[in-house]
Design a protein around this ligand. Structure first.
Ligand SMILES: Nc1ncnc2c1ncn2[C@@H]1O[C@H](COP(=O)(O)OP(=O)(O)O)[C@@H](O)[C@H]1O
Ligand SMILES: [Mg+2]
Length: 326
């Protein structure tokens, strides 16, 4: 097949080719699988995006684009544009992206399926305060839409109203996003990958092991723990294939598949969960079209299920092709 890997570039200058490592990994893998592969990197120029697609005429876009221009939710309109152009692509469409990216709206869909999520309040700069009821401190305050732990730090955990309102104001002004205040869920953290459409299957859960985390600090994957390789938080966390009794693994996987379905995720995604001491499983968020880098939790989980990287990438292509045929 003729496949174009679509990705976001930090700057308009396409000659920089400063791609995220996942882009070349996916492109190389697709080539090795026998496809004719091109890469299209765009920053925020719609005309260039359209021209690039017209020139390449892909039968399928492998969509790795996560934002567009300055818009962190730019993947939504880009998926819509692909629909308008009649271009087929892997992963979610605009509507599915919208549902899972709005973490407050997501909870309302999870509620219908009787899935547990942290109780919450939304502080939006543009509309009324919204809450499902009384919340118990401490609260965890994060942006309602951003991902990759943007806006998540040590300050995210607040224990009084003054700290809460400070974080809310910072999220409004620094990230131009609504603030989501959630009850803090103490417990083990799991990432569960899911693959499929009509028949969605969960991969083996990956646990975020906080055992090396700095003493006395709340165990959360803040932006340091995720990205700052020199920090104690980064060094103190590692993702491992979870060691669990079969029954508990099955429960985590069922919650993940139910959440994936509830949010209409297509092809592949990852569900972030917390498990409390009393055995309750909370959905923290659903990542539609999650990160596919070779050492990512998703690829690790696939490998644990016997799907090596080439087979995982091929599986995503096949899911998208079959879905588009229907
Ligand atoms: N309600 C919560 N209770 C406990 N920890 C949380 C809560 N919400 C988020 N976290 C911590 O913050 C991290 C990032 O939050 P998440 O909602 O997954 O956002 P992101 O989209 O940035 O990954 C989680 O992996 C978890 O460690
Ligand atoms: Mg997350």
């Amino acid at each position: 097949m003729k496949i174009t890997v679509l990705t976001y570039l930090d700057a308009e200058d396409e000659s920089s080719r400063d791609y995220d490592p996942v882009v070349r990994q996916v492109a190389r893998t697709l080539r090795a699988l026998g496809h004719r592969v091109s890469i299209l990197g765009v920053h925020g120029d719609v005309k260039r995006l359209i021209a690039g697609l017209r020139r390449r005429k892909p039968e399928l876009v492998f969509n790795l684009l996560e934002m567009f221009g300055d818009l962190v939710t730019g993947d939504i309109p880009v998926a819509g544009l692909l629909d308008l152009l009649g271009v087929k692509y892997t992963g979610c469409g605009p509507g599915e992206f919208y549902l899972s990216q709005d973490k407050a709206l997501s909870k309302k869909l999870l509620a219908y399926e009787h899935l547990l999520y942290p109780r919450f309040a939304v502080f939006s700069p543009n509309s009324d305060f919204e809450t499902g009821g009384n919340l118990r401190m401490p609260l965890f305050v994060k942006p309602a839409r951003s991902d990759a732990s943007i806006g998540v730090s040590r300050k995210s955990l607040v224990s009084d109203a003054v700290q809460l309102m400070k974080r809310v104001a910072a999220i409004h002004s620094e990230l131009n996003d609504a603030a989501l205040a959630e009850e803090y869920i103490e417990g083990r953290e799991f990432y569960v990958g899911v693959l499929g459409n009509q028949q969605a299957h969960a991969l083996p859960p990956i646990e975020v092991d906080f055992s090396g985390f700095p003493e006395g600090q709340p165990k959360v994957l803040d932006s340091r723990a995720k990205w700052e390789e020199s920090s104690a938080e980064y060094k103190g966390t590692k993702s491992v294939v979870a060691v669990l009794p079969d029954e508990m693994r099955a429960r985590l996987q069922k919650v993940a598949v139910d959440a994936y379905r509830a949010l209409r995720v297509r092809d592949y995604g990852r569900v972030d969960l917390r498990l409390t001491d009393t055995g309750e499983i909370y959905v923290l968020e659903v990542n539609a079209s999650c990160y596919l880098e070779k050492s990512s939790e998703f690829a690790m989980a696939a490998a644990a299920a016997g799907l090596d990287y080439p087979r995982l990438i091929e599986k995503i292509v096949n899911l998208a092709v079959t879905r588009n045929r229907r």
